[in-house]
Write a protein of this length. Structure first.
Length: 190
C-alpha cells in the first residue's frame, strides 16, 4: 500500500481551539481525488496523578459537549510556545488541582483520532503528589478535585462513570504497567 498524496489545502475555519482545513487528496490506486477535512489542534497532555497513599487525584467538571459532569484526570492543550509536553503536564496538574508531583514518568503517546486529527496526546504518570496551593483555573473552568484509590479506577470505567476516551487511554497505559505504582525498594545498608 502507498499513502494518499495531498494536492491543495484551504482553511475553512479558525477557532480558539482548532483550525479546520479542507485538503484535496489523491488515491494512490487509480488517482481518484477526494476532499478530506482535518482538525488542526495543538498537542494535548493528560496526567494520571497519584498520591503517596495510592489515590488518583481526579477532577470532575461539566463538559459542554456531553452535557454531563465527567470524572477525568487533569489535562489540556499545550500552550503556544510550550515545547516540552512534560512542562505542560506539570502546569496543567498545578493549575487544575493545586497539586505538584515528586516524580514524573512518561506513559506514552497516542493519536486522539488519526482519521481527521494530526495532533498527539502525551500521557504522564505523576507520583508522590501533594497539595501545594490553590487551583489556578482559567475563566471558563469550574473543577472539583476528588481522590479515588487507583484500584477503583477500572470499575469506574466499566460502570460508565469515567467515559472520556482519552482519559481511558491514559488509564490503560498505567494499568498495563502496574509495576510503576509499586514503591521502590529501599536498599539495605552494607
Amino acid at each position: 500500500m502507498k499513502p494518499w498524496t495531498a494536492h491543495g489545502k484551504k482553511i475553512v475555519a479558525r477557532t480558539p481551539i482548532f483550525t479546520l482545513t479542507a485538503e484535496e487528496m489523491r488515491a494512490p490506486r487509480g488517482g481518484r481525488r477526494q476532499t478530506f477535512y482535518f482538525l488542526h489542534a495543538p498537542d494535548w497532555i493528560n496526567v494520571v496523578p497519584v498520591d503517596e497513599r495510592g489515590r488518583a487525584i481526579m477532577i470532575r467538571q461539566h463538559r459542554y459537549g456531553s452535557r454531563r459532569f465527567e470524572l477525568e484526570i487533569p489535562g489540556g492543550a499545550m500552550n503556544p510556545g510550550e515545547r516540552h509536553p512534560l512542562r505542560a503536564a506539570q502546569r496543567e496538574l498545578r493549575e487544575e488541582t493545586g497539586y505538584v508531583a515528586r516524580r514524573w514518568i512518561k506513559l506514552g503517546d497516542v493519536n486522539p483520532n488519526p482519521a481527521f486529527q494530526r495532533n498527539r496526546l502525551h500521557l504522564y504518570l505523576a507520583l508522590g503528589c501533594r497539595k501545594a496551593g490553590a487551583q489556578q483555573l482559567d475563566y471558563a473552568e469550574e473543577i472539583d478535585v476528588k481522590t479515588i484509590p487507583v484500584a477503583r479506577l477500572p470499575g469506574l470505567v466499566t460502570r460508565g462513570v469515567i467515559t472520556h476516551a482519552l482519559v481511558i487511554a491514559a488509564l490503560y497505559w498505567l494499568l498495563a504497567r502496574p509495576e510503576l505504582l509499586r514503591a521502590p525498594r529501599k536498599r539495605r545498608a552494607r
